[in-house]
Design a protein around this ligand. Sequence first.
Ligand code: UDP
Length: 138
Amino acid sequence: MERTFAIIKPDAVERGLSGKIITKIEEAGFAIVGMKKIHLSRAQAEGFYYVHKERPFFNDLCSFMSRSPVIVLCLQKENAIADWRTLMGATNPANAEPGTIRKEFAKNIEENSSHGSDAPETAAFEIPYFFNSFELVG
Ligand code: UDP
């Protein structure tokens, strides 16, 4: 079993899409081992995305991620990291496959409704950035 870290981003929470996205997560066979709604501070968003700090979109991305609440999740299944990224679809919704979260719900390449860890080392940083051990069950 593998764990990954997911975010339902502000654009999706604002539009009342959290339930639809959580349904997709459960129907795809993920166990939700951690979940909470939080409002990131700008500093917390910057810390989370520090690997992108030199990228041109970093400032806008941190503003977006801290403008309203998000839902953070820890998801578990076999091959969870790759399978969650497949279910999300491509970063740019214009390139995302039909049926993916980003194809169905994303507004654009920035406001793309969801986040997922891209590798085991990333998940190992991201899960404890948001959850302590008592908040992960199952
Ligand atoms: N992003 C953006 N502009 C870009 C590329 C990415 O605003 O040109 C944002 C987008 O919200 C994306 C996040 O930065 O999800 C992280 O980018 P990454 O390339 O890691 O994509 P992801 O792993 O989320 O698909």
